[in-house]
Design a protein around this ligand. Structure first.
Ligand SMILES: Cc1cc2nc3c(=O)[nH]c(=O)nc-3n(C[C@H](O)[C@H](O)[C@H](O)COP(=O)(O)OP(=O)(O)OC[C@H]3O[C@@H](n4cnc5c(N)ncnc54)[C@H](O)[C@@H]3O)c2cc1C
Length: 439
């Protein structure tokens, strides 16, 4: 994809098109040494520095008016260690390249999100996650990390080396340094059987705990203005592989999920009154199906319809009540929502600023078709989510600030203290970090 670019006029734009920035210059270092030199030089010139991935964040996390570090030339697999069962990759490697390289070697990550366009450093820096009963976010699969800090030092961290840095830097928001390489845990490639099935809202919400407990990876989409959901259960399978047929896979993934949906969203944007009827049709268009394939082919799919998104992590036990409140709010309001609401889970993890830090988590994500006003909807949903102690995804639209977030994260102070130590002059600062972490 070529959504993100530094144009001739120097404008950087994110995937959704809702964030633009004008860096003083954009650079693409090709080695860790070059990158450290870029950092030292910018510091000497009094410019701020910001590494960007592929711009898939909806927040201005990667925006800068200083030196933009592009990931393009810092890519590829450095090492596969079959004894430790780890892979070390350059920070700018897109997840799709990592996934295909691992599959060729008979290996795989354990869990991942819905797409694989992002870079490994960009994805992990904001806590990108999929859904899992036992397996957590992409960052939770990190075993070691290498980063260039504000003084140009290359610092390696793991559970045994600079453990305090490791505890925070796996989800570092780009605030602690420029990640240059990541070592992930891997396992022998395995097969997952996906079972997709429509289910009424009342049944999914009544049986949510059981559906989560009985499946390794459970998620569902609820279609606003309807009582319909689509559920997806992914569980390990002994095989054999049975990928969706080329034609039926294309019809479901490309035509229905992307093509027809794109048209439906455009019609809905032009004629909002038609959205409830379209939602009813969309929610019935996807029929039950089952297929078995290697992990990244089951977890991820292309997302060609552009949208903006907000996602909140809630204590698991609050998810159903919160979702019911969202439904009641939509029903009471004049809002017309063409995009389904996605619900996923994660186990508790030990990363300071992980949205699942220290608590069993459920995620509720709301989307709006690009170009449609989203503020009224997102504001109303955000009010519900914050009422349940929700933590916003760092890479998705939200309005929270450091005062709120320091309450939502018990280990917030640990992160900011480390930031004070590693980047006292805020070389890696930007407006977004000032808002969410404070000065
Ligand atoms: C279509 C779509 C689907 C998505 N699906 C999911 C999903 O299923 N689950 C989920 O959790 N999220 C999802 N996201 C959100 C996305 O995964 C995150 O926003 C992710 O951070 C984007 O990665 P990126 O490579 O584009 O990084 P960017 O958005 O470019 O940057 C993100 C952050 O990482 C920092 N960063 C980048 N590189 C480095 C580096 N080398 N060192 C230090 N910091 C760095 C940046 O400074 C910035 O703070 C989705 C987004 C889109 C657009």
């Amino acid at each position: 994809m070529t959504e993100t670019y530094a144009t001739g006029t120097g404008t950087w734009r994110n995937w959704a098109g809702n964030v633009t920035a004008r860096p003083t210059r954009a650079v693409s270092p090709a080695s860790v040494e070059e990158l450290a030199e870029v950092v030292r030089r910018a510091a000497g010139e009094g410019l701020r520095v910001k590494p960007a991935g592929t711009g898939h964040s909806f927040t201005a996390a990667a925006a800068t008016d200083g030196v933009l570090i592009r990931p393009d030339l810092l890519t590829g697999v450095r090492e596969i260690d079959r004894t430790a069962m780890t892979v070390t990759v350059e920070a700018g490697t897109p997840l799709k390249r990592l996934n295909t390289a691992l599959a060729r070697e008979g290996l795989s990550l354990t869990n991942m999100g819905d797409i694989m366009e992002q870079t490994v450093a960009g994805a992990t820096s904001t806590g990108t996650h999929g859904t899992g009963r036992d397996s957590a976010s992409v960052a939770a699969q990190i075993r070691a990390l290498e980063l260039v800090t504000a003084d140009g030092t290359v610092l390696r961290c793991s559970a045994d080396e600079h453990a305090d840095v490791f505890a925070a830097a796996r989800i570092g928001l780009g605030a602690l340094g420029v990640v240059t390489a990541i070592t992930f845990a891997v396992e022998p490639v395995f097969l997952l059987t996906a079972r997709e099935e429509p289910m009424p809202f009342d049944r999914v919400t009544a049986e949510f705990d059981q559906l989560v407990a009985e499946n390794e990876h459970f998620e569902f989409y609820w279609f606003p203005h309807t009582g319909n959901c689509t559920t997806k259960r992914n569980n390990r399978s002994a095989g054999p592989a049975a990928p969706p047929g080329r034609v039926s896979g294309w019809i479901e993934d490309e035509f229905l999920s992307n093509g027809v949906f794109q048209v439906a969203c455009s019609v809905g944007r032009a004629f909002p009154g038609s959205i409830p009827a379209i939602a009813g049709m969309s929610s019935r268009a996807l029929s039950a199906r089952s297929y078995t394939d290697i992990p990244y082919k089951v977890f991820t799919s292309p997302r060609r319809v552009r949208f903006v998104e907000m996602e909140y992590a809630l204590p698991r036990e609050a998810a159903v009540e919160a979702l019911r409140e969202v439904r009641a709010m939509v029903d009471r309001s004049p809002l017309r929502i063409s995009f389904p609401v996605e619900v996923r889970t994660a186990p508790s993890d030990d990363i300071a600023l992980s949205t699942a830090s220290g608590r069993e988590t459920a995620y509720i994500a709301v989307h709006m078709y690009r170009g449609t006003p989203y503020q009224a909807y997102f504001t109303a949903v955000e009010r519900i989510m914050t009422g349940f102690g929700g933590r916003p995804h760092w890479g998705k639209i939200h309005t929270r600030d450091a005062a709120y977030l320091s309450e939502a994260y018990p280990r917030f102070g640990e992160f900011t203290a480390l930031r004070d130590r590693l980047d006292p002059d805020r070389l890696f600062g930007n407006d977004y970090l000032r808002r969410v972490l404070g000065d």
